[in-house]
Ligand binder design. Sequence first.
Ligand code: SAH
Length: 225
Amino acid sequence: MVKTHADDLAAAKWTMLHEHLVGRGINDDRVLRAFERVPREQFVPHDQRPYAYDDRALAIGYGQTISQPYMVAWMLQALDVQSEHRVLEVGAGSGYQAALLGELAREVYALELVPELAERAAAVVARLGYETVHIVAGDGSLGHPPGQPYDRIIVAAAAPTMPEPLVEQLAEGGLLLAPVGGRGQQQCLTGVKRGGQLALRPGPGCTFVPLRGQHGWSQRAWPGE
Ligand code: SAH
């Protein structure tokens, strides 16, 4: 029998789930089920589809990337998203993580600074039927006051410091997770818990694109550009 493209993707998805996620310590059943359900190939450009389940970031245009699956899974597991939660994502990019959040939470607001990416992400999540996921074009470093307070906030781009508006839009007991720092090794996943302390085990080393906008890096300040 001739092997089809769909068979290849299914095999690659199996490898992602079992080797890249479970094999490296992701054990939250709800997170794993979300990864099983959301088709990552639908969120990447056509020429990237054969690589959709590689455990790495992929280019999605406009100089941006869809994050590495293991990193996304690690953050989602650390964030402990519950089905009654209202969640804010800053940096929707392709919309992939927003769709994963749609599987986990009650309502999701996902802000994206690049209008073309926001439009594309909104079209994909709508086509896949994620009615509780709202992709909003705009500067997410300011949060998104209409949806506050948020039980969980996740930032998908590296911020120079923890953006204060995000801390302010957290619900009591809510959690916020963001990569804070510059390029490469200096970045470190940082957690904030409203009204308490959040102890984070050291996360994986990470390389996110810079957070822009009012509380992000200015073009000149991002080291190396
Ligand atoms: N979560 C995404 C990947 C995000 S990459 C996914 O699943 O595909 C980070 C994204 O953050 C990029 O698309 C970038 O344009 C966006 N971004 C950077 N600064 C931002 C800001 N201030 N507000 C909203 N989005 C921002």
